[in-house]
Design a protein around this ligand. Structure first.
Ligand SMILES: *[C@@H]1O[C@H](CO)[C@@H](O)[C@H](O)[C@H]1NC(C)=O
Ligand SMILES: *[C@@H]1O[C@H](CO)[C@@H](O)[C@H](O)[C@H]1NC(C)=O
Length: 367
């Protein structure tokens, strides 16, 4: 599986490399930014397809990337931190009134619903920005998302360290084919975890592999049909992976989830939550130490009565979202309060060939 993933990534980079074309030398320009200079200035003067290499230093800026094919690459020690004052851009307020993103990768002509909860939902994108890559940065302390991908296609967010995004570490919304790989997303103060480490609410295409997430209420928030999340390591969260109501056909494979986070008591703790989710595959994951002295389970398949406002429930007000057709197979579960919990009335949910360490609930693990 891992090999397949690598092959896909390689194929993608070859395709992207070829499509940027050798005919225009300018497209391969590399711009260097050094401590004391402004990264945004380099982005503004770069032509589409340029690589911008940012050297070690702390840059107090918010960044906006709207040009196709920009590759923004941080060298070891390149840190992006909030400026003293912000200007309004298209990412401002997306994660709630007054919030600001650190790096905003955005298309044009983006129409969003007003903010109700979580983030402003993208309803229309006139022109998506294509093929932007952000890698190697440390981004810390932005009030909205440390990195926000909005109305962008084929964006690659890789090898970044995102610290103290109190609402979102990374958010991809209204986009297509976002890849996030090998990022580290965490809150520095375990007593004050951020809310959501990573969330992809795309029109289609959400891939996440090899990310390391800790000290968040929710690790992986899954709101894109067909999302693929594999080989991620999520610990010290209340919900390691949370799939929203009505989300279809996601694949969660070979991840490691746990231990859960002590401070979750009020929220309960779950490794994988499928809440009104349809046709998910949860396979080959290792899920351990999900504990809460109360409701806590390695895998929780449940219906969502939608009594609390959430973006997914707002789309279908008043209805209970029922989990259906989900397959939980071949996972290893140990030292969870409950390893598996079937809390759904839905049809077609299958628990098979899981290895458990708890004897309750009876039956689910023996299939
Ligand atoms: C789900 O859990 C809740 C809370 O424990 C319980 O009231 C409900 O009956 C459960 N539903 C199913 C289908 O297991
Ligand atoms: C889960 O619980 C529901 C409601 O009790 C039941 O109808 C269904 O058969 C159960 N599913 C599995 C896989 O045990």
């Amino acid at each position: 599986m891992e090999q397949l993933w690598l092959t896909l990534m390689l194929a993608l980079s070859v395709i992207l490399g070829l499509s940027s074309g050798d005919s225009n030398a300018d497209r391969h320009r590399t711009i260097h930014v050094k401590a004391g200079q402004k990264i945004q200035k380099a982005i503004d003067t770069a032509s589409a397809g340029s690589e911008i290499v940012v050297h070690a230093g702390t840059y107090r800026e918010q960044l906006l990337i709207k040009k196709d094919g920009i590759s923004l690459s941080g060298k070891e020690g390149a840190v992006l931190a909030p400026p003293d004052s912000f200007v309004r851009n298209v990412c401002s307020g997306v994660a709630g009134p007054g919030t600001q993103a650190g790096i905003c990768v955005a298309g044009s002509g983006i129409k969003m619903d007003p903010f109700v909860t979580e983030h402003r939902k993208v309803v229309f994108v006139q022109r998506a920005v294509e093929g932007v890559s952000v890698s190697g940065f440390q981004v810390e302390g932005f009030s909205g998302a440390n990195i926000l991908v909005l109305g962008a296609d084929h964006t690659r967010i890789a090898g970044n360290t995102l610290i103290d995004g109190p609402i979102y570490g990374l958010l991809s919304s209204g986009s297509r084919f976002t890849t996030m790989g090998e990022n580290t997303i965490s809150s520095s103060d375990p007593a004050a975890p951020g809310i959501i480490a990573s969330c992809m609410d795309n029109f289609e295409g959400a891939y996440g592999a090899g990310n390391d997430i800790r000290f968040y209420v929710i690790g992986l928030c899954i709101q894109t049909n067909g999302a693929v999340l594999r080989d991620n390591d999520v610990s010290y969260t209340c919900r390691a992976a949370y799939a929203d109501p009505y989300v279809e056909g996601i694949r969660l494979t070979s991840n490691h989830f746990g231990p859960s986070y002590d401070a979750c008591k009020a929220f309960a703790s779950y490794g994988v939550t499928l809440a009104g989710t349809i046709n998910a595959l949860v396979e080959g994951n290792t899920i351990e130490q999900t504990r809460n002295n109360g409701p806590a389970a390695g895998v929780w398949v449940t219906d969502d009565p939608c009594t609390e406002p959430s973006l997914a429930c707002l789309a279908n007000p008043g209805a209970t979202a029922v989990s259906k057709g989900n397959k939980v197979v071949g996972n290893k579960l140990f030292d969870n309060d409950l390893d598996l919990w079937n809390n759904s009335t839905g049809s077609g949910n299958v628990f098979k060939k899981n290895k458990c360490s708890t004897s309750i609930p009876k039956g689910l693990c023996r299939r």
